[in-house]
Design a protein. Structure first.
Length: 227
């Protein structure tokens, strides 16, 4: 089936994973304050954030020029809310029956360390503290994927958890990671595929693509469910 995909994330890792899965896609991000969405359980938090991102992007569709973004023009529907847009899409009986579906994929991830949820570090010092905690210990990533069919309004989501065990991480390696800066922009300052940190990963219970922010198996399953 021919379909169009919007990846609702600016994450380089998620773009690489979706490309590896064989999909062509457009990138669009939501203008939301993630701190406004709070849940006690990590699974509930990442799902709520994926939902908020999807709603934010759908709301932006009405004001975005998609003429050069390879996105189905039929999505340009004037409405005040994401719910109204989906409602219009569901009731558009005059749409061509064979029109390409457009799927919106949003995702979120947190790190759980000793029962505490960790999001992106707020400073170099917090990133340093995070990574030192992993040294000789273990942490988990909890990531969500939400796929919304913009033609039908069908929305399916799920989450995945991966456990990661570390060897002792030398202070010099930690400082190099901090100075490079990439760890400042990811949940829990955790990037296990990074060349500096990878040698100190003892074991991973789960898949690396899930740790990177987009579990392939779950994403593929959800895509098929909404089609």
């Amino acid at each position: 089936m021919s379909l169009q995909i919007i990846l609702g994330s600016s994450s380089k890792a998620r773009r690489e994973i979706l490309t590896e899965m064989g999909y062509d896609f457009t990138v669009m991000t939501a203008d939301i304050d993630e701190k406004d969405v709070r849940k006690e359980k990590p699974e509930e938090l990442v799902m709520a954030l994926a939902e908020a991102k999807a709603d934010g992007i759908i709301s932006r569709i009405q004001t975005t020029d998609f003429s050069e973004k390879n996105v189905e023009p039929a999505l340009l529907i004037t409405a005040d809310t994401a719910e109204a847009i989906i409602s219009r899409l569901q009731s558009a009986e005059n749409e061509e029956k064979d029109a390409e579906p457009t799927l919106l994929i949003t995702a979120d991830q947190v790190v759980v360390y000793e029962g505490i949820i960790r999001e992106k570090p707020s400073s170099k010092e917090e990133a340093r503290q995070f990574i030192k905690g992993y040294s000789g210990g273990h942490a988990a990533t909890v990531g969500s994927v939400l796929v919304t069919n913009l033609k039908t309004g069908t929305r399916k989501g799920g989450w995945d958890r991966v456990e990661i065990y570390f060897r002792e991480i030398p202070d010099e390696v930690i400082e190099n990671l901090i100075e490079e800066g990439i760890v400042l922009y990811v949940a829990g300052a955790l990037i296990i595929e990074h060349p500096l940190i990878f040698p100190f990963v003892e074991s991973v219970v789960g898949t690396t693509d899930s740790v990177m922010g987009l579990p392939k198996a779950l994403t593929e399953k959800l895509i098929q469910e909404v089609l």
